[in-house]
Design a protein around this ligand. Structure first.
Ligand SMILES: Nc1nc2c(ncn2[C@@H]2O[C@H](COP(=O)(O)OP(=O)(O)OP(=O)(O)O)[C@@H](O)[C@H]2O)c(=O)[nH]1
Ligand SMILES: [Mg+2]
Length: 445
């Protein structure tokens, strides 16, 4: 999401920052460009106007023209306003037991998938879940939820053929009973999709609502519906007490304007983003991080979290120690590379770093890519233990054998060894300079 908007906006800021001294007309011109970028990203006109007006007011108030680094100051003001526009973060807090969440939305918005995602998300947090579907209009829907949630412990409801013949009201009642009987922490209720917001269906929804008395009504909205998504959300929020929004298909949307306008227009916080069809493809919606990503400032927090899932702190400390002491073997190198691929590969990690576009260009120029990383992994795997622990014994015939074994070429094997040597060289230099900690402390001064 936001790729095209983000690249436009970081270009605007790059230009501003390069200028050093800014005149008022420079700032005006930048704001005009930002306004266009917002509109192109499908932000509603009302929101774009208001946004620019707010930024301008703040910018004039702070006298940025006279400040030391005006470009940075404008970036900061825009960042703060983006965070404000996106709203404060609002995690779903299971504040009581059982906590009851009802998912509503138009047909095909992603409710059933989201029900499965939420079930997995909270199961991972050690919560006991009951998931149920009142979608009796589409017989396959209940089955879909069952298949989706197959690997998640928790009752899927309705289960038997008789139960499947129940009315939405009866299912809702049974689901509630089951939740209480099982002493579950959370009930996730998936409902039937509405084709439009019509009264009959809304009545059915209200009826289910009365039975369940949910703690949260989450509106699931497909971001690809563009401006319509906002109108739909607004109408829904007017007829039922929507407490939060989950945007889906965010992975397929390069513009992201809907996410920017949603909070402002509906007044409802965005809770999560659906970023794919798999159950793990759900992200907590964090305004700070998204605003950072939008301005090309990277998403270090996501990166750290991702890394934490794959690396333990102990591992990281061990690696750092090995590197500093110069005993980082080829075996250690392959472990690092494998972990990087588990984290979604270089490309997805890169996207989260500041200046990622420039970094990507550099990597491309140097021929660093996921493909080469995978080939490097294959090369190291084709080495014997002895070779991995002491690369110096890798003579011509050994290199030839490794190339053959890994389906690569001798040149590639040579390149990898060179790369390893230069990494080791770098670490030795770091050690000579007093270790990483020392260097960082010098740089910080
Ligand atoms: N790419 C992508 N696809 C998604 C996402 N969420 C859901 N989908 C897909 O969208 C389609 C519809 O999702 P469902 O979960 O069945 O939608 P629904 O709202 O339950 O649909 P109805 O029950 O018919 O109203 C499925 O093919 C999902 O795999 C997402 O975040 N990203
Ligand atoms: Mg469904």
């Amino acid at each position: 999401m936001f790729n095209s908007f983000s690249s436009k906006i970081s270009d605007i800021f790059d230009k501003l920052r390069r200028k050093g001294i800014l005149s008022e007309s420079d700032v005006d011109a930048a704001l005009r460009e930002i306004r266009i970028a917002l509109l192109e990203a499908d932000v509603s006109l009302e929101v774009a106007r208001k946004f620019i007006a707010n930024v301008k007011e703040k910018a004039i108030g702070q006298d940025i023209v006279k400040s030391v680094s005006p470009g940075q100051m404008v970036t900061k003001i825009v960042y703060d306003h983006l965070v404000e526009l996106l709203g404060t973060s609002a995690e779903i807090n299971l504040s009581q037991k059982p906590y009851k969440i009802m998912l509503v939305g138009l047909q095909g918005a992603g409710k059933t998938t989201t029900a499965g995602k939420l079930a997995k998300f909270f199961t991972k947090k050690g919560k006991k879940i009951v998931t149920a579907s009142t979608d009796v209009h589409r017989p396959a829907a209940i089955e879909q939820l069952r298949v989706l949630s197959n690997n998640i412990p928790g009752t899927i409801f309705p289960q038997s053929q008789e139960e499947k013949r129940l009315s939405p009201d009866e299912i809702a009642r049974l689901a509630l009973k089951t939740t209480e009987r099982e002493n579950a922490d959370l009930l996730i209720l998936d409902t039937a999709g509405r084709l439009h917001i019509d009264e009959v269906k809304m009545d059915e929804l209200m009826q289910t609502h009365r039975i369940i008395d949910p703690d949260e009504i989450i509106l699931v909205v497909d971001i690809m519906t563009g401006q319509d998504a906002i109108n739909i959300a607004k109408k829904f929020a007017e007829s039922v007490a929507v407490s939060g929004i989950i945007l889906t298909r965010v992975d397929a949307d390069a513009r992201g304007g809907v996410a920017l306008s949603m909070r402002y227009i509906t007044g409802c916080p965005i809770r999560f983003l659906g970023v794919g069809e798999q159950l793990d493809d759900i992200e907590f919606f964090d305004p700070d991080r998204i605003a950072g990503r939008l301005l090309g400032m990277g998403d270090i927090v996501s990166l750290v979290e991702k890394a934490q899932e794959n690396f333990s702190l102990k591992d990281a400390e061990e690696t750092a120690k090995k590197m500093q002491e110069g005993i980082f073997t080829l075996d250690d190198m392959v472990t690092q590379m494998e972990r990087m691929s588990q984290m979604g590969g270089l490309k997805s990690l890169m996207k989260m770093l500041p200046q990622s576009r420039q970094l990507e260009d550099i990597m491309e120029m140097q021929g660093v890519s996921d493909k080469t990383m995978n080939r490097n992994i294959a090369i190291i795997r084709s080495m014997t233990k002895k070779e991995k622990n002491n690369y110096k014994i890798l003579n011509g015939s050994r290199r030839k054998r490794i190339a053959k074994g890994s389906g690569t070429s001798v040149q590639e094997v040579n390149r990898l060894i060179k790369q390893y040597e230069s990494t080791m060289g770098m670490f030795k230099k770091i050690k000579k300079l007093g270790g990483l900690g020392k260097i960082i402390s010098i740089m910080g001064k």
